[in-house]
Design a protein around this ligand. Sequence first.
Ligand code: ASP
Length: 325
Amino acid sequence: MADPEKVHAVRVGWGLVIHGGVGVLPPEQLTPAVDGAYRDALTESLSRGFETLSGGGSATDGVVEAIKVMEDSPLFNVGRGSNLTSDGLVSMDASIMEGGTLSAGAVAGVRDVRHPIRLARHVMDDCPHVLLAGEGAEAFAREMGMASHEPDFFFTQRRWDDLQAAKAREAQGEAKPNTVDAGDEEIRDRAGTVGAVALDREGLLVAGTSTGGSANKKWGRIGDSPIVAAGTYAGSHCGVSCTGWGEYFIRHAVAHDIQARMAYLGVTLKEATEQVVLGTLEDHRAGLGGVVAMDRQGYVEMCFNTRGMYRGWVDEVGRVRVAIF
Ligand code: ASP
């Protein structure tokens, strides 16, 4: 069996691929214990997704269940453990899309929902719109019977410390929003988004993404994760979930560009993801990030232009693999 760290493309048949974000911790913080905790959390997410799919759940169910596990883990920048805005609160974004029907649902700037991906699914299934934001999205959550949680529920000391560090860099004029002059340190402020793409036995392909967005964000900033075609897409050829510097993923409509290259140029999933992540995005130095993607034949791609990306996949016989670098 190949070393999972070196596998970037694999055929899983029906199954699931996930990411827990780019911007992995620096080596001094990624101790063996922390490294193991990330791998355990990814494994739990994949196992939940596989149980759902093998138990007869749809790809949509698989994506939601896998992402919920990561939304509950404080390790990832999503749900509990989300990055904090400049006012010290969470503001979470999520989206989900089904290939074939092109059904989609998304929420942006929600502050009190434990599982934003579930709320995005409600938008897709139970409302005529695609994207709901802020208080309106929270009111819709109540109508869907989803509980409201206090800010303390989402708070973690780690993200508070990250916020203070981001504010200190900003005060020293070191923060470089929207410039092309960024490095791995900059991407760390917007790391830990989670996502999943699944293909079920019926051939339904679904992609979903959920995030706390960037640390110290202001003015109601929304990244790519809830934007269908930017952070998430599922279409006739593939499903894609993105992580990285959201502003660049929006500008380049990254998730849809991968699908469009397959559809219009006739290239493979591997070629399409590499053209976008290692080509288009790398040509803009701040376009740091990565994607997980899956096509109709059950080929999985995990492609990133950063030092690492928390990620993993499970195949149709339940074999789970996780990797970071
Ligand atoms: N893309 C997300 C955003 O910009 C952050 C991430 O992927 O870590 O909000």
